[in-house]
Each structure stands twice: as C-alpha cells, then as structure tokens.
Design a protein. Structure first.
Length: 195
C-alpha cells in the first residue's frame, strides 16, 4: 500500500476534526488525540488492509467526536470518501450519548455482532490501539490511570475483554486475531492484579 492521495486526504480531514477544530487530547493525557486514529490506520496498513479500510480507520472517530459547530456527518464522509468508507465509520461510531457509560458500551458490544469483516477489522485496530495504550500506561503508572476514565478499572477492562471476545468469535480469519488474543490475555492479567 502506497501513501495515496485518498489516505492523505483522510489524514487531513481527521487532523482538522480532532486537532485543528478542538485540540482534542487523549483522555487525561497531554497527547494529541490525532495520534490514535493515525495508529489505527497504521495497524490496518501493516496487515495490508484495503485502502478504504485504512481510510475508515483514520476517520473512525470523526462522526463520534466532532464538535457541534463543525459536526462531521455520514453524508460528509460519503461525499468525500465514498459510501463504503462512510458505512464503516458509521458502524464503529458509538451512539446514545444520553445513555450511561454502561448502557452505551453494552449497545456498542451488541452492535459489533452485526459488523461485516471490514468494520470488524477497523474495530479490531481501534481496540488494539486503545488497549495497548492502557497496558503501557498501567505498566508505568499502575491503577491510578483508571481515574481518568468514566468507568471503574473492572468495568473498563471487562468491556475491552468482551469486545475482543465478540470480534474473535465473529471472524476467525481476522488478520489481527493474534494481537487481539494477546491483548485480551494482558488485560485479564491487569484486571486480576491489585496495585
């Protein structure tokens, strides 16, 4: 996969959404949020995902996390990147911001069971990016990292473990299967460790 004009365009679009318009940061950290969708795109590129899947990975949080005054819509993504990309981004976007954290995550997990393989691949890369960041932060700072989340350590880690299990059960040819299995095991160790 070459660094194509559509991928370049997707990176610019994601940078505008996450960095230019809102200076979004990773939760509780002084790290630009844009690093996350770029890592998701990199993970997808490393497993030779199709260009549209890589683009969806780069854009995967633009609908969910765009500010009201610069709201990104399905239609905007479809117009710029095509229906397939817009469908993938829409599918992995969490909805129901009026719900409690637990309700929203349960709805998201139920929705994953209906994903096609491309959406599962985007969600896998998203989970790996977020999960490995939690693992690295925990190894450095222990349980205090969970103070920055809207859920307890137990609830957050159980959610990630369940998402990995749903993806693994749904698609046994996922090129990220080994990464998901390792992630799941490492998160289980953290869940059982008191620090």
């Amino acid at each position: 996969m070459f660094y194509s004009l559509p991928i370049q365009k997707a990176i610019r679009f994601a940078v505008k959404t996450h960095e230019v318009y809102q200076k979004q940061k990773r939760k509780g950290k002084d790290i630009a949020y844009i690093t996350h969708p770029l890592i998701v795109g990199l993970i997808l590129a490393r497993v030779n995902a199709p260009e549209e899947v890589i683009i969806a990975g780069i854009l995967h949080d633009t609908i969910e996390d765009s500010p009201k005054e610069k709201k990104v819509s399905y239609e905007m993504i479809e117009e710029r990147f095509g229906k397939h990309v817009a469908d993938m981004v829409q599918s992995v976007s969490e909805t129901g911001h009026y719900l409690t954290w637990a309700q929203k995550k349960k709805t998201a997990r139920n929705h994953i069971a209906k994903f096609n393989e491309d959406s599962l691949l985007v969600k896998s890369a998203d989970l790996i990016s977020n999960g490995t960041e939690i693992i690295a932060d925990w190894k450095r700072d222990g349980d205090k990292i969970f103070e920055r989340f809207n859920a307890s350590k137990k609830k957050l880690l159980e959610h990630y473990i369940q998402v990995a299990a749903i993806i693994l059960a749904k698609w046994d040819k996922n090129p990220l299967i080994q990464d998901l299995e390792v992630l799941q095991e490492e998160l289980k160790i953290i869940l059982q460790t008191k620090s």
